[in-house]
Design a protein around this ligand. Structure first.
Ligand code: WT7
Length: 682
């Protein structure tokens, strides 16, 4: 299924100088290793496992699993019998065994240019141990869930690794999510503690995070789930003596105006707790399949799913994908622009880079603040060699042309990566030729919160690139394309993207709901993990993701379910029914087009529209803000009452030809909706 030889024409090749230092320097080598990873996973991953510390070795086979619902419960077990601690592997091993204590783990770059600090592996270990002791002193134990709701600061990494050190399970909620979303996630994973911060700036906008956290805790109390303690980091309102590390004066960052309500029964100050904490903390040795973290992702029913990842397999998978996909070398400076609140940040800001002893940039701000060249200013400032971002960011910067890019040299860059959604060939070309000046391979990495790490991806020195294709499977990953009847298609074909066997980093369950795990990913086609994405394989064997084939939308690289936006809308008293579909967007990839049917007596006007937007923002978060809202006195339905989304999608896109609408109960509805469709966003 992977061709013996890579195509020579109509592809972009890796520059020769990169091949010299590469881990996987040719397509032939990739293919050889790929076959080994599939035919002999025990040997392949066993060799990789030798790079890490195991308190006890695993017994039996490297991977055991059942992917077939008809044969019993779905399970994946990796390295059963082994015990380890990921925090120990990321920090102690690098500091003590590899003598990397003085190496910079993170160059923290604040929202405001000039606000910066560096943290070495040694310092990070110290602070993680201190915070681990803080958690222990508050009664947090192995297996307990801790919710983390923080901006992009070093303390976020400290909090997550402190959990890992004591075997607690972190559940990070992206700081852009609403208090309602935070509350829902805290309750779903039954978190006993919250770690949060006072606030932060996003560009010139001040976010009072503590206010949102307080609201969430209040909602938790109302729902009968009181969270006893909340640790609050003073990121903006820090006293001078509370500054830790080598930091420039955070003058522009401090914010005396931030209103903080301190609840002495619940709130604890991060800095006060840290002051008294010892920096020695024995790691808790965990079993391979002990839970590591929970991270929520949108589910098509509207309720987010708590994706659970476990210890050993995740560690090996993210460490290996990071090393090979970015061709990591000791002198690299790596920068992933994602937020740690998403899986990209978990795997490729915290776990993957630290497992490799890498030095990374941790950026708090926005690509557009204070101006359009901020990214390239940072690339030059830290001499970034490997750079990883999202197609939506590329498309947005592309609008401003090459001048803001060319203000900086970017000469340190060696590899460029993208993630989150399909990258359109124009954006790929711009990234490759303007940002990378044709000397940096672009790795278009396809993966999901569920897959833990990259599953389809080029390797920079091995895989000839085709703009828009995520190319071939990573080691250990076996993709297939199925038709509607679940038959595997061979050769060039298009259909459902599935995987035939697990790789070490695949999710193990939906937290607290194994049945939902089986239904969502394994029931449709027994024997396969179903991604929910459509995919095409071309004549050279390259895979091209064609987009979601379920009720999910991808807005700026973030998945949303139409159902969750609809249920936020119908919670407004003026809305009787809502239907949300996707409309292509030049920067965000997709945008939200919402049809709402009002309740009797309600009138549609600009005030209501603004209220609905606010409603969705408050229920879910700013990423889910509707782009278009249309008053729909009637929705196109079948005689059995099912909304015909296919028709709504056409209306949203302004397409006149509705296809077959003979099953429609009342076809007049369609003409009216089409006539009144929205053409511009709010
Ligand atoms: C969905 C997963 C993986 C981290 C960020 C998103 C889409 C992701 C690509 C890519 C085409 C992509 C898919 C996937 N997606 N990367 N390189 N090419 N599509 O994580 O929120 O779990 O979303 O994002 O549709 O299923 P996520």
């Amino acid at each position: 299924m992977i061709p013996d030889k890579a195509p020579k024409e109509d592809v972009f090749h890796c520059p020769e100088n990169l091949k010299e230092e590469s881990h996987i320097p040719s397509f032939e080598k990739y293919k050889e290793e790929y076959i080994r990873s599939i035919e002999n996973p025990d040997e392949f991953w066993g060799a990789i496992a030798k790079d890490f510390f195991w308190k006890t070795k695993h017994t039996g086979r490297f991977l055991e699993y059942n992917f077939d619902v008809t044969k019993g419960e779905i399970f994946i077990k990796c390295m059963e019998g082994a015990t380890t601690n990921i925090c120990y592997n990321l920090l102690d091993r690098n500091v003590h065994d590899k003598k990397l204590g003085d190496r910079i783990a993170f160059f923290w770059e604040g929202n405001e240019p000039g606000d910066e600090l560096t943290v070495t592996y040694g310092e990070l270990l110290q602070r993680v141990c201190q915070f681990a002791n803080v958690l222990k002193s508050l009664g947090v134990k192995k297996g307990d869930r801790v919710s983390i709701y923080m901006p992009m600061v070093v303390e976020l990494v400290v909090a997550m690794l402190a959990c890992v050190r004591i075997g607690a399970v972190h559940s990070i909620v992206f700081a852009g999510f609403s208090s309602e979303s935070l509350c829902e996630r805290i309750i779903d994973s039954q978190c006993s503690l919250l770690v949060t911060a006072d606030g932060f700036y996003r560009g010139d906008k001040l976010i009072n995070l503590k206010f949102l956290a307080d609201e969430a805790l209040q909602k938790c109390r109302e729902k009968g789930f009181p969270v006893k303690k909340s640790i609050v980091l003073k990121h903006l309102s820090k006293e001078p003596e509370e500054v830790v590390g080598s930091q420039s004066p955070p003058a522009k960052r401090s914010c005396p105006d931030l209103e903080l309500h301190w609840n002495p029964d619940v709130d604890l100050c991060w800095h006060t707790l840290m002051k008294g904490a010892s920096d020695q903390c024995e790691p808790e040795w965990c079993e391979s399949e002990d839970p590591l973290f929970i991270l929520y992702t949108s589910g098509s029913t509207g309720k987010p799913k708590g994706v659970l990842h476990t210890v050993s397999g995740y560690l090996l998978f993210v460490a290996t994908t990071f090393k090979l996909v970015f061709d990591h070398q000791p002198d690299d400076v790596y920068w992933c622009t994602a937020d740690i609140g998403w899986i990209t940040g978990h795997s490729y800001i915290t776990y993957g880079p630290l497992a490799n002893g890498a030095s990374s940039v941790l950026f708090e701000g926005l690509p557009t603040y204070p101006d359009m060249s901020r990214m390239w200013a940072i690339v030059d400032k830290y001499r970034v060699t490997k750079f990883y971002t999202a197609p939506t960011a590329i498309r947005m910067l592309m609008k401003y042309g090459s001048e803001p890019v060319q203000r900086y040299t970017r000469k340190s860059l060696k590899v460029l990566g993208t993630v989150g959604e399909p990258i359109n060939p124009e954006a790929w070309q711009w990234y490759y030729s303007v940002v990378g000046e044709g000397r940096c391979p672009v790795v278009d990495t396809f993966w999901q919160t569920e897959t833990g790490g990259h599953v389809l991806t080029p390797l920079p020195a091995a895989t000839p690139m085709k703009p828009g294709s995520a190319t071939f499977p990573f080691f250990g990953v076996v993709p297939a394309i199925l038709n509607d009847s679940g038959e595997e298609l061979e050769g060039p074909s298009e259909g459902y993207l599935v995987f035939k066997q697990p790789w070490p980093g695949v999710m193990r369950t939906v937290y607290g709901n194994h049945e939902r795990f089986e239904t969502t990913y394994f029931r449709k086609f027994p024997g396969y993990y179903v991604t929910g994405d459509g995919c095409r394989r071309d004549e050279d064997g390259y895979y091209w993701i064609t987009g979601r084939i379920d009720d999910m939308l991808n807005v700026s690289g973030h998945l949303l379910s139409t159902a969750e936006v609809e249920s936020a809308l119908v919670e407004h008293k003026a809305v009787a029914e809502a239907a949300v579909v996707s409309r292509p967007h030049p920067v965000k990839g997709e945008s939200l087009y919402c049809f709402v049917t009002l309740t009797d007596g309600a009138t549609y006007n600009a005030t209501l529209e603004a209220e609905l937007r606010k409603q969705v923002r408050e229920k879910i978060g700013a990423i889910a803000t509707p782009d278009y809202i249309q008053n729909a006195p009637g929705l196109p339905k079948t005689r059995s009452g099912k909304i015909m989304r296919r028709v709504l999608r056409k209306i949203a896109c302004g397409e006149k030809d509705m296809g077959d609408i003979s099953t429609l109960a009342d076809s007049g509805v369609v003409d009216e909706l089409y006539r009144n469709r929205c053409c511009t966003t709010a």
